[in-house]
Design a protein around this ligand. Sequence first.
Ligand code: ZN
Ligand code: ZN
Length: 649
Amino acid sequence: MRLPGFPIAQPGETFASVAARHLARSSTPKIRHLKLLGLRIASASSLIPHDLRHFVSILPPGHPWEGAPKRIALDHTLVPLFLHFCHPKRAAETLTTIVTGESTNPAATLGITVSQGQSMLNAGKFCPECLAHDLKTLGYPVLYRQHQPSFVRMCATHARPLHSSCVRCRSTRNAVSMWQVAGRCGCSDPLTPPLFGMGHDALTEASWLWLSKQVSAILAAPIPSEPIAAHLFSALRNGGFAAVRGGLDSAAMIDALIDRFGEPLLRELGTGSWFDSQPHKHRPSRTLTRSALDGRRIPNVLHMLLLTRLITHDIATLSKPIAAEPKQRINRQPSGYGQLRSNERTRLDARAMLSAIDSAEGKITVAAQRLGVHSYTLASVMRRQGIRLPLPPATARRLGVERLAAVRSALRQGLPKYEIAQQFDVSEWSILLIELDQPELRNAHRDATIARQREKHREALHTFLRSNPRETRDDFAKNHAGAYDWLREYDRDWLEAKLPAPVRNAHRNTRIARKNWLKMDQDAVASIRRTVHEEMCKPDRPTRLTQTRLLSAAGALSVMNRNAQHRYPSAKAEAEHSAETEEQFRNRAIRWALDKYAEQRIPISINKLRRVARLPARQLIEQRDYVVEVAAELGLTFDARCSLAPWNQ
Ligand SMILES: [Zn+2]
Ligand SMILES: [Zn+2]
């Protein structure tokens, strides 16, 4: 049976809008019509009904969609948008899968996850001016596909906010009544608020408009035959966002994104995890990995659009490779035979760097590109030469005042940089930028590092002499090679003064003193107690007290050996008694981590806590009661989403 008539779609009209116009014409129940169309189980808000074969077979002869599901997919759904950045081969395969009805879930076939799908498509949005225009010229309202992605909030033609579908009846709407004509829900007084108020933030507004325009441009053109993602990737790499070890530099991209779009918009778009403390997999560089470039994965179109903005203001320029700007050639002086060629670092002189920074308006990635070096190289040469670069405002905003102050003070105290990075959750690159902002930090950090090392190595000798008063300098050199070498190199006078006098002709003294085992056992017990005391009092991260560790610190490890187990009876008992169980240690680590939190006065999140405490999330959850108890004792609060919080139990 063929339908007697079916409306012809307007250019860009959504499939659901055309179907709704058809349903609205007739007075018979919608549900019967939907059954007839083969759309009974289709959803009006879906990307595309999963099987259109029946539908296209009953259209009246001569209808443009008759027998042509591909026309529907390409011209009246968002499928081409989601395939735009996909590798052309994969795009063609995916399109075929969808239009032949082989895919039971087209959104999933396009790589859109359920949670993304809910936020990617909120159907039924419309532009009041477009609507008024259509009513005047066509006599009926039309829903346009370019208005429907969730990240489109403005009409690209009229540059004003879109309005949502009626919110008054949203909660009571069922699947059938979702098939509705633009702005008409059946309410006597529909409430269709604009998606945002105009005029509060120019940058955000301009960004919304830019996104809308790119979506319109993508949908106006056919699915590209060029690998757009690959063009974007190489353009980003040439544009100063190349990471040292291949791939893209997330930290630099985040700064640039915040510069372009502003933080509020990026959060609104759900990309807040890019600059919050999140595991590596949420970084922007992960959206353009090899699997996205070679077509194993369909990249996220919103993320691709955001990255596109770092390279060009017009998506159309990506349809062919963007040529890299030729690097400035720097002439090398012939250096003759037998000499090392000068490397990148030595050929950068201060004047060239300063003028490059100046002409790049303080943007170090741009300056580095002009100089033809990597931004890390430029930054570290500048740091070495003490050239100041003011901290980019975007980086300062992202890190926040308190964290900046904490990182600076940690640098002054000579904390190793990998520990700073871990403890305050900042990247190496950010630390470099912070140092560049205050060149004196570099010397302060180096001096403090030396002081810490000296303290550590001197302490090693003190401890050694205290617990082994009879040992010679050779024993110290053998047992503490690192400390001995360092002290001999940099602290020789002190070392000579502290070490026992060299034993002359030691080899002639063949008589070995009889060992006093009882005394050694008692010394070992004292040494174990001292180790326990030091471990419990130290301000640094806890290390577990194991039997092996205690016995070895006391020089009594031989007691673990079956042949010698009678030698240190008291030490053995003391070590067994003082060693921590796994749970005891875990609780101590948690308490230490929460103490750290108390200093920072921020709400507890499981993600950060597990890194500070260096415990897996699973173990933290097992110890939830203890965490809650200690947090209450210290007066700490929980992040609302933290699964450790008492209310999430
Ligand atoms: Zn409009
Ligand atoms: Zn309504």
